[in-house]
Design a protein around this ligand. Structure first.
Ligand SMILES: O=c1ccn([C@@H]2O[C@H](COP(=O)(O)O)[C@@H](O)[C@H]2O)c(=O)[nH]1
Length: 276
């Protein structure tokens, strides 16, 4: 498939990426340029006076190591002027680095269309996270050409098992069903990934079996205690990519955010080279 003519939003030109990945092109190009699978989470805590400066500082110090940024909408909405702060933060991210707005959206299509306008047209994000519980129509409005949708499949929080590990009579778990539905959607839209937590390596392996090619956004490393080595072993694709390893508090709260990002970037790449 390499070198085929692209007719997607990226434009009509010869491209080395497999055709089905074109709509994730910004991400794949950034991963390849930065040699990074690290996603810097932006969950800004602290007072309104200092937070804007800290956001600028964290972005500037970590950009070299960032494959993507993931601002969490809740941490912005909980502040006076939070939407404008979010918009400015997204605008401060250097060109070429994708920003995934972690809003965990999920409503009927008519409403989802408005969330999509907010995320993409108001905020300027390149991708979003979406909750699939309401079905396909909660997901599809976000799958605009050139954008990325990461759908919650197996989340990192411990109580996730109460719903996501419910066994289906036909075999497998509810999280497997979500992953399967998303794989079908990705075959049509080419820009649907999954959220798979780093805290359940067995589930990561299952998700990778169901979705051998899709990108996974992976929270749970750092403050939540996920096992980096087990996560990479279970979830990396055959090409050594396919995972975006997120860290939020462990970078935001570090005295030197740049050093914290560099350490994690290096750990990820050391493990990738061992596993390659
Ligand atoms: O399954 C999920 C989905 C999303 N999150 C979000 O990721 C970050 C994790 O923050 P840390 O400080 O690195 O633990 C946060 O924004 C969560 O809302 C998740 O943790 N698990």
């Amino acid at each position: 498939m390499a070198g085929t003519r692209c007719i997607c939003a990226a434009g009509r030109r010869v491209c080395k990426l497999p055709t089905r990945n074109h709509l994730m092109e910004k991400l794949t190009q950034r991963v390849s340029k930065s040699h990074s699978l690290l996603c810097i989470g932006l969950d800004p805590t602290g007072n309104d006076q200092s937070v804007a400066a800290r956001l600028r500082e964290v972005v500037a110090q970590t950009a070299e190591y960032a494959a993507a940024y993931k601002p969490n909408l809740a941490f912005f909405l909980s502040r006076e002027g939070g939407v404008e702060l979010l918009r400015q933060t997204v605008a401060s991210v250097p060109d070429g680095i994708p920003v995934i707005l972690d809003g965990k959206f999920g409503d009927i299509a008519n409403t989802a269309e408005h969330y999509a306008r907010f995320a993409y047209d108001v905020i300027g994000a390149d991708g979003v996270t979406v909750n699939p519980y309401m079905g396909d129509d909660a997901i599809v409005p976000f799958a605009r050409p050139g954008k990325m949708v990461f759908v919650l499949a197996k989340t990192s929080n411990k109580p996730a098992h109460s719903l996501q590990d419910v066994a289906l009579t036909r075999g497998g778990y509810l999280s497997d069903l979500a992953a399967g539905v998303c794989r079908k959607l990705d075959e049509e839209h080419h820009n649907i990934g999954l959220v798979v937590g780093a805290t359940h390596a067995d589930a990561m392996a299952r998700m990778r079996e169901i979705s051998p090619e899709q990108w996974f956004l992976v929270p749970g490393i750092g403050a939540q205690g996920g096992d980096l080595q087990a996560t990479l072993r279970a979830g990396l694709r055959a090409d050594g990519a396919g995972l975006l390893i997120n860290a939020s508090r462990s970078i935001w709260q570090a005295a030197d955010a740049g050093a914290a990002a560099r350490d994690l970037f290096q750990q990820i790449n050391e493990q990738r080279s061992v596993l390659a």
